[in-house]
Design a binder for this molecule. Sequence first.
Ligand code: HEC
Length: 306
Amino acid sequence: MKKNIPIYVRVPVIFAIVFGAMEFFIDSGDRPAFVKYPMVALFLAVFLFLLIAIEMVVSAVDNVTYHLLTDEQKKQLEEAKSFNLSENKAFLKVKSWFVKTRPLELENEILLHHDYDGIQELDNDLPPWWKNLFYACIIFGVIYMAKYHIFGSPSQSEEFQVEMAEAKLAVEEYKKNAKDLIDAESVTLLTDASEIAAGKKVFETNCVACHRPDGGGSIGPNLTDEHWILGGGIKNIFHTISEGGRDGKGMVAWKGTLKPSEIQQVASYVISLKGTNPTDAKAPEGDLYIEENAEKPAEKTVALVK
Ligand code: HEC
């Protein structure tokens, strides 16, 4: 069989199969694997080189052994080589699944009896590929009906819903583990006791020197009142801690020292100090800050009452 496929077909086909397999199995994003990973390109080059080398060696060995054969053996070899595909039984069988031709001399057996000004018609069978496809469709239809309409497998839209729900869970899981993706825009107020406790720890380690352990303020302003120089609410406070206060006032940007999740915790802790009224606290500085969200529901209720 090997001898029936000439070398100029064999080598490119084997190479194409290996190349295709590499591209299929190596995950290289939107770029071809052999571009992204130079090792793959190198491997393919070496592989091609070896393939050609092996072909050359094998044909050289064949040549040499041929000359060593006796005339009788040469004849046998020629016979073995003269393999004809169109006489091969297995091939004919496979071919008969797809095409079926009636020999010309038997055509009169299927000639229909009408004759249109000399134009006659043959009653040929439908081509086997067509019929087999038709039967395959029937079998497919039966299996499909049984699977989806009798045994109730989930439909495409149900599968879609399930996958979306799973994906949503995965995103939530990812967000939980990727706490440090937050910034001043996306930050939310933490209220869990454990998070507030973690915020307190950060505060005690980094902030008490200027804001006092109770947040009453010394070098830095009082953090327990409702007045804010740089804006209250979780977003503004997160921004102040992460980017620092006004130049020269002494409040540095903490984003280099603290992780975003820690800034979120300490900002939430600072907010939790509101109204604790520590003794000898600094006088309020800045403007009274009213939480935006606190007002909105009130407006809505008024609108509803009207
Ligand atoms: C070196 C002293 C110092 C340290 C340490 C310090 N701060 Fe400050 N902080 C200040 C000063 C001074 C201001 C006022 C900044 C301004 O007026 O622009 C301030 C302002 C703030 C404000 C804004 C207050 C407002 O009214 O808008 C917050 C919130 C704050 N600090 C939180 C923290 C937190 C949390 C830490 C610890 C991670 C911290 N600070 C550490 C000195 C400090």
